[in-house]
Ligand binder design. Structure first.
Ligand code: ZN
Length: 472
């Protein structure tokens, strides 16, 4: 298995620290809970889910932590505007995030630590104290505590940034005037009036943690000083992940992360997603347009994680079509496998199916190649079934293969998407009408079925029904 490591900018062979137990320690930056996460955020979470599930398919135990940032400028501003305490403001957004994860069939992390948990606040303060003792942190005149990047020689290595150019990149905010260097970042922010009743006591006075120290503290608290894989979106590389390295390694003296993996941007209709452009979508927006969680999952997953993904409603319709092909194929395979007779021998076993799918995912999670193999296999086996040349044991082998690869893809049709009883009854009535050659009645029934949002098709194996496309 090999992955592209952002730190080295190279494809590297993957081996976790724990060679025998095959445990992989994985940390993924979670949402800031001040609004609903958008589809761009979820592209990263779907990529991380694919990574975790593939590692699990290959026999690793993944221990995964995802943080929830529930205190920062945006959450504090939101709470103030809503005139409620901070935790009352962030609570519903936390719940919405968990709901969206479920909709997209994303496996929950083992832990979702929240930044405002006193245990982690204590740990953040303890880490900042170590940094200050070592000269890596200092309290400025504004009472906030900053990280002194000039004292950390590796600063800039992840993002490949030259410190002397920091000033001109414009990426660093200019609102903190008391810092020694423009690139120094806040570890602890001194309380000000805007913070209202949000704040914790510390050796440097009342205040709140900086965003970056939250991740360093929660990652090392739950996964240890060193972790195998740290993921996030490319937006997180600088300054967030660069700062996480500086803080964590500044405290422990050990390499913090062995493999950094970052997911590329999502654009909508070729443009950056922005509320002002009217192309800003949440999972709920896509559901309201008639799409299901698995259709959104598929659309967000099908492009290689390091390539930009262009989200379009046309792409969503294609996702629905692709899933329809998988559903039809599974149904045909089940029918074919069902024709199996006692003592039926011959045909392929699941071991005979090439490992092309897993090999593609082993190769830096090449999902496009993995899906390419899936659809090529669908075409080939469908062709064999058209000619009645697929043996029932071979059909069974493909079904078993599907069960295995779907533990990673999570694209099976679920109960909620199965055909409602009302539709099934009409389809049965139509079958009887067609047997009796009552063609007019058959057409009327087709229209009734269509009115319920389902399309009936006549094939040589009988009728099949499919959900019709939503207007996008
Ligand atoms: Zn983070």
């Amino acid at each position: 298995m090999r992955f592209f490591n952002t730190y080295s900018r190279q494809i590297e062979e993957f081996a976790p620290m724990d060679q025998n137990g095959r445990t992989v320690r994985m940390y993924t930056c979670g949402p800031t809970v001040y609004s609903r996460a958008h589809i761009g955020n979820f592209r990263a979470y779907v990529f991380e889910d694919l990574l975790q599930r593939h590692l699990e398919l290959q026999g690793y135990n993944v221990r995964r932590v995802m943080n929830l940032t529930d205190v920062d400028d945006k959450t504090i501003r939101g709470a103030r505007q809503s005139k409620v305490p901070l935790n009352e403001f962030t609570g519903p957004f936390k719940q919405a995030f968990f709901d969206d994860l479920k909709t997209l069939r994303i496996k929950p992390a083992d832990e979702f630590p929240a930044a405002t948990d006193q245990t982690y606040i204590n740990r953040m303060i303890a880490m900042i104290q170590i940094l200050v003792e070592r000269g890596l942190g200092y309290q400025a005149e504004d009472k906030s505590v900053y990280f002194r990047i000039s004292k950390f020689p590796n600063y800039g290595k992840l993002a490949h940034i030259d410190l002397t150019q920091l000033q001109s990149t414009g990426r660093v905010q200019h609102d903190e005037y008391d810092k020694e260097h423009i690139g120094d970042f806040a570890l602890w922010k001194a309380w000000d009036e805007e913070d209202g009743d949000v704040g914790w006591d510390s050796p440097w006075g009342r205040g709140r943690p900086g965003w970056h120290i939250e991740c360093s503290a929660m990652a090392t608290a739950l996964l240890g000083d060193q972790i195998d894989i740290h993921c996030g979106g490319v937006d997180n590389i600088f300054p967030h992940h660069e700062d996480e390295i500086a803080q964590s390694e500044g405290c422990t003296g050990k390499q913090f992360v062995r493999y950094w993996m970052h997911c590329a941007h999502l654009v909508v209709d070729g443009q950056k997603m922005a509320k002002s452009l009217g192309n800003f979508y949440t999972i709920q927006n896509a559901i309201a347009k008639g799409y299901t969680g698995r259709e959104i999952r598929y659309a967000l997953m099908r492009v290689h994680y390091r390539a930009p993904l262009n989200f379009t409603w046309e792409g969503m319709r294609e996702a629905r079509e692709s899933l329809g092909r998988i559903d039809d194929w599974l149904e045909r395979l089940q029918n074919c496998a069902g024709m199996s007779e006692e003592g039926d021998t011959g045909g392929a076993r699941v071991e005979d199916i090439p490992s092309t799918f897993e090999d593609a995912l082993d190769d830096d999670l090449n999902v496009s190649a993995a899906l390419g193999f899936l659809f090529e296999s669908i075409r080939e086996t469908n062709r064999a079934m058209d000619k009645n040349e697929l043996s029932p044991p071979t059909a069974k082998a493909w079904l078993n293969w599907w069960n295995k690869v779907d533990s990673v893809l999570q694209l099976n049709k679920n109960e909620a998407e199965s055909i409602p009883g009302e539709v099934t009854a009409l389809v049965e009535e139509r079958r009887a009408a067609r047997t009796a050659k009552e063609w007019k009645k058959s057409d009327e029934l087709r229209d009734k079925i269509a009115a319920l949002g389902w399309e009936v098709r006549d094939t040589k194996d009988g009728q099949t029904v499919k959900r019709t496309g939503a207007s996008g």
